[in-house]
Design a protein around this ligand. Structure first.
Ligand code: G4P
Length: 526
């Protein structure tokens, strides 16, 4: 197979949802179709237990298992599918955001009864920012849910994207008869007793034919016709390019638990979803089809077991072919590195690979060479963009509680931040350090790891802050004035960029109104 064909047949994507909407169940069913697993429950048992919200050691223990499930690769119908898992935990992790920077598309799972929930909205913001194509799977139609039209409205409003239903439920919950595939004009019947097999789909070439009434019952057939009329009125034709341009999200309905609508989702997905896309570096755009290998680190997984201090750097291949035991340039370090045991993720197992292609994710054993965002190339000096820091939601001052171990603490904080565990802001005024995270759990993780890996003891003090804002000073004089007036709230991030730590939404709004020559951003890349 040519390099072009190898790359074109790849689909690298993430499934995201609010906890409990059914991400794990859907992932599992997709893996079953791909033959990647043979029994249901295989993924589930790896899932971090929802009750363990404050028991982070348990989470870490399970996280160990989850390295293998961080990326799940399998083949389906000649297509190489790479599903990137995002942490399935109540607490948001920085990892979740960064994983989205390594995918070409996203499937969003929404619970039919609950509709769009908070975490989905947040994740969708990242997709919108990156213009990532999104498909929405409305799950749990085997249960009573919201009216499908209301759901479409809700998705459109809350996810801020136009929608286009490609399948449509006939009834829901107890009255669920099946799902009608709008593009294929086929009706997939739901048979509640058999969890895996539904009746063969029936083609409704003419939705007005009397056989449709016979099959669905008069009332349901009439309702389906009305719904379809409305749908074709509002959403005339589906344009795949609009989906690829992230302007329209195709919507599918189904039940992951009953494996219903999942195969149709998968088959539509491989047909319409994008193959690996070009990536942007500071210097130039990189096409996946370039012969020369390039890639970047988007995630670092540290082993918390003190006997095995190894780390795995997850690299997204952006162009060409990666080969084992070959020298590559680590651009940020300016050094050549060679990897003897790069790992590929196939069917939930990790194995050493000889080569991997653009679109694939590989795991590299790391002894501390890698930071998030680092670039590997065949010698070219370029730096991948698109791995912004997002404003944290929670902030605490971090203080040293053992004066003898100040050095260890500084080193530990530095390395943990390189790994992307959280973000560090240093106040310009007095050098005090503030840790910002997207989930409360990370504070515990940092404290634990500082103690066990660096022998340093830290203590937190509350910092009541609203957001970290990166600033674009269009008016230099105004910026100097702003820094003087707000000197207590000005800090530097890890990369020495200026950050305004706003105490409240109101304070930020006032700053925006008063200082028109400054622009404030919740992400570090703008
Ligand atoms: P998550 O990864 O998004 O957090 O969700 P997960 O797949 O774990 O699903 C959350 C709960 O919803 C699970 O029930 C799961 O069985 C159920 N579920 C998922 N898809 C469907 C569906 O299509 N229909 C129905 N009715 N339920 C669905 P649980 O009781 O929390 O877990 P378990 O004890 O069943 O494993």
């Amino acid at each position: 197979m040519s390099l072009k064909e190898e790359i074109e047949r790849r689909r690298t994507f993430a499934i995201v949802s609010h906890p409990d909407a059914g991400k794990t169940t859907l992932t599992e069913k997709l893996l079953l179709f791909g033959g990647a697993i043979h029994v249901a429950g295989a993924v589930k048992s790896n899932k971090i237990k929802k009750t363990a919200t404050s028991d982070f050691m348990e989470i870490e223990r399970q996280r160990g298992i989850s390295v293998a499930t961080s990326v799940m690769g399998f083949e389906y119908d000649g297509v190489k599918i790479n599903i990137l898992d995002t942490p399935g935990h109540q607490d948001f992790a920085e990892d979740t955001f960064r994983t989205l920077t390594a995918v070409d598309s996203v499937i969003v799972v929404v619970d039919a009864a609950k509709g769009v929930e908070a975490q989905t909205e947040k994740l969708m913001k990242v997709c919108r920012m990156r213009k990532t194509p999104v498909i929405v799977f409305v799950n749990k139609v085997d249960r009573e849910g919201k009216d499908p039209f209301d759901l479409l409205d809700e998705i459109e409003k809350q996810l801020e994207i136009h929608v286009h239903p490609l399948s449509w439920p006939v009834g829901m919950g107890q009255r669920l008869q099946g799902v009608y595939n709008i593009l294929d004009r086929k009706m997939y019947y739901f048979s509640g007793d058999d969890k895996t097999k539904a009746e063969e789909p029936q083609e409704f070439k003419d939705i007005n034919a009397p056989e449709v009434d016979k099959k669905l019952g008069e009332r349901n057939a009439e309702k389906l016709r009305e719904d379809l009329d409305l749908i074709t009125g509002v959403y005339p034709t589906f344009d795949n390019q609009e989906y690829l341009d992230a302007k329209v999200a195709p919507i599918f309905f189904g039940s992951a638990l009953y494996n219903f609508g999942v195969k149709e989702l998968l088959e539509s997905f491989i047909r319409i979803a994008p193959s690996p896309q070009p990536s942007q570096t500071i210097e130039r755009q990189v096409s996946p089809y370039e012969d020369k290998f390039s890639g970047f680190v988007f995630k670092i997984h540290a082993n918390m077991d003190p006997n095995h201090r190894d780390r795995i750097a997850f690299v997204k291949i952006c162009s060409g072919t990666f080969h084992r035991n070959t020298n590559y340039t680590h651009v940020q370090l300016g050094r050549q590195l060679k990897f003897s045991s790069p790992t590929a993720f196939m069917a939930q197992k990790t194995s050493v690979v000889e080569e991997a292609y653009a679109g694939d994710i590989i795991g590299l054993h790391d002894t501390g060479n890698f930071k998030i965002g680092d670039t590997l190339t065949e010698g070219e000096n370029m730096h991948f963009k698109g791995l912004p820091s997002f404003s944290p939601e929670m902030f605490r001052y971090i203080e040293n509680s053992d004066p003898m171990k100040a050095k260890q603490l500084a080193k530990g904080i530095d390395q943990l931040m390189d790994e992307g565990v959280a973000q560090l802001f240093t106040l310009t005024m007095n050098g005090r350090k503030i840790i910002g995270t997207v989930g409360a759990l990370q504070f515990e993780v940092i404290e634990y790891r500082l103690l066990h890996e660096y022998g340093a003891q830290c203590r937190y003090e509350p910092a009541s802050l609203y957001k970290a804002c990166w600033v674009r000073p269009n008016d230099k004089a105004e910026w100097e004035d702003f820094k003087k007036r707000k000197f207590k709230s000005i800090a530097k991030d890890k990369y020495d960029r200026d950050v305004y730590l706003a105490e409240s939404a109101y304070e930020l709004q006032m700053a925006q109104e008063k200082f028109k020559g400054l622009e404030f951003f919740f992400t570090s890349e703008f």
